[in-house]
Every structure is written in C-alpha cells, then in structure tokens.
Design a protein around this ligand. Sequence first.
Ligand code: ADP
Ligand code: DP6
Ligand code: CO
Length: 357
Amino acid sequence: MTVYQATASAPVNIACIKYWGKRDTKLILPTNSSLSVTLDQDHLRSTTTSRADPSFTRDRLWLNGKEDEIKDGGRLATCIREMKRLRKEEVEDKNTDEPKLSTYSVHICSYNNFPTAAGLASSASGFAALVSSLAHLYQLPVSASTLSLISRQGSGSACRSLFGGFVAWQMGSDPSGSDSLAVEVAPQSHWPDIHALICVVSDDKKGTSSTSGMQRTVETSALLQHRINNVVPQRMKDIEKAILEKDFDTFARITMADSNQFHAVALDTEPPIFYMNDVSRAIIAVIVEYNRLSIEAGTGYKAAYTYDAGPNAVIYAPKANIKEIVEFIVTYFPQEENSFKDVFSLFGGGRLVGKVP
Ligand code: ADP
Ligand code: DP6
Ligand code: CO
C-alpha cells in the first residue's frame, strides 16, 4: 500500500512595516503593503505533516497535539480546497495515471516550536508550513509566489514566510487578490550582518487575536486611515531603499516608528487594544537610551525594537551589538524575576526546509 505523506517547515517573519487591516476579509486583502524579515528557521518554526488516504472520511487538523476544527468556508478549509484544486489542475488532469489525491481527505498535524498565538507570528509560519506540506504531498510544480497567494488566504502575514530574507507584501489592487502577494526585496545573504533577538516576555495566548483586533481597528480608528493613506506608502519606499543600501540608521528609525504607530492605532481602536505590557515598554526605554548614547557619540543607531500583536520584543541589530544587548537585557530584566521567559539570538533571513517544488 502506498503512503501519501509529506512534511515541511516554515519560519516566522517579523514585520518592520506592519500589516494591520483588511479591505477584504474573505480573500485577506490588506489595507496597506507591509515588509518583514523572515527569521532563520533553525529557531522559530512550524513543522507540518499532511497525509492523504482514501479511508479518511473528512479533512482534520491537529495543532500542537490538539485537534482544531476545520470550519466550512473558514481559512483552513480555503487553503486545503485551493491546494486540492491545484493538484487536480496541475497534476491529475495533465497526467491521468497520477493517483487522484485531490479526491482523498487529508489529516494534517502541525507543531510550533515556540509560543502559539502570543504575538510571535505563529499564524505566519503555521499557514506557510501548511501550504508547503500540501505542495509536497501533491507534488505540485508551482512557485513560491503561487503558494504565497494561497497562504495569504489562511493568514495575511503567512504570505511573507514563503520567502527568506527581506520580504515585501504588495497590497495589490485587483479585487480578485491575484496581485496581493509577497516578493523578495533582498535575500538574507545581501545583509547577513542583521540579526534578530527575540525576547519572550510572555508566552500566554493574546487576549485579542490579530484577526479580530485589526477588524475592530478598521471599523473604529481614524488614525488607521491616516496611516494607510499618508504614512505607509512612503515608509515602504524608504525602508526598501535602506535595505538595499544597508543603511541601518534609516532601517532602525523606520522600524521603530512603524511599531510605535501600529500600537498607537491599536490604542485608537474602540474599545482600545493593549498588546504591549510594562516589560515591553521598559525594553523600549532601554533601547532608546542605548541608541541615544551611541548617536551622541557619533556612532548612530545600534538597535531597533519592534512588537507584533503581543508583548514580546524583537530587536534587530548588527551582529557586533548582539552580545552587548543580551548582556544589558539580562541585567535589567533578571531571569529570576521571570520578566523574560527566554532570549534567542537569530540570524535574519531564512529558507524553507524541504524545497518548494
Ligand atoms: P500570532 O501572533 O501567533 O500569529 P494570531 O492571532 O495571528 O497569533 O494567530 C494564531 C492562530 O493561528 C492560532 O490560534 C491558530 O489558529 C493559527 N495557527 C498557529 N500556528 C499554526 C500552525 N502551525 N498551523 C495551523 N494554524 C496555526
Ligand atoms: C501585527 O497575519 O496574524 O503581526 O491575516 O487575520 O491572520 P490574519 O492576521 P495576521 O496579522 C499580523 C499582524 C502583525 C503585523 C504583521 O505581521 O505584518
Ligand atoms: Co498572526
């Protein structure tokens, strides 16, 4: 008996220009473009195994060992349906000898090696790994761009995890979503000196999911409209240029400003959303002071903080500064006080385990 099964991993990506707001909630089309760094998948990743079998009676998914419901018409169902459609069109219709895997139900099992739903982008690595594992299972001859379009319909930020290095999600303008996908701005090898330090302040599940939080922001925040129309378009251009020129001062300034504005927009939501906590804010104060001393000494910015929809800090910095940053973070936030659950040092950039066919 042939076993049809495949496994793939995908890394998380942490945005420097944040995606926050949908213009189409079904297709997951964003209200602004965004830009992120895909982390090295030796650290924070989702690993997903998919299996197709004629004896399975329905599609099922287990996340971290616990079964998750696949709701009809929901995001998981959409991604699985789109992948089965590609299997039929790209493989079975072209070569009728191929087994009709598109007609079998799938069982999917996924693990995250880091906190789930805690603001460390588990939905990004999760949906990227899901579509990648199905692409292997179905032996699809499709590009990372095609998988980006499909994973976007699982979780917006996932479309960026199909690429390594510095990645932009172009918001697109087509109502069908065909031009709303991620593109590589530069590979990790372009600027390998940039490292990311993840400071896990709390691994608790966030109170407001990204999906419901951003929808509330779209409905109630006037500041979001200003951000979408007057702020993000210029920042996208400026940060892409900074990356291409390896201009860390500009990269750091924009990254921190955009994190601040994203959290301001969350606060401008009715009722307000607080993703950062006192420890998050204390880390900001420490980084601001670290940069101030360096700028005064004429050596420019040394580090950039950014926070997703959660209290956990991600600090981007040139490799030479990482040791010093870890030292002062551990000094100011001693582990025994349990301010920090963990500190990881990571390379920026990454790739998928098991290549995308
Ligand atoms: P995060 O900040 O971690 O991305 P979100 O609120 O955006 O938090 O999304 C969390 C949700 O993403 C989870 O509740 C789950 O539904 C989904 N998710 C997380 N990891 C995976 C995974 N490995 N496979 C499939 N879905 C996942
Ligand atoms: C703050 O991609 O998790 O991390 O599309 O509803 O699944 P859904 O939301 P999600 O939102 C990510 C928000 C963010 C910023 C970012 O990653 O760009
Ligand atoms: Co998410």
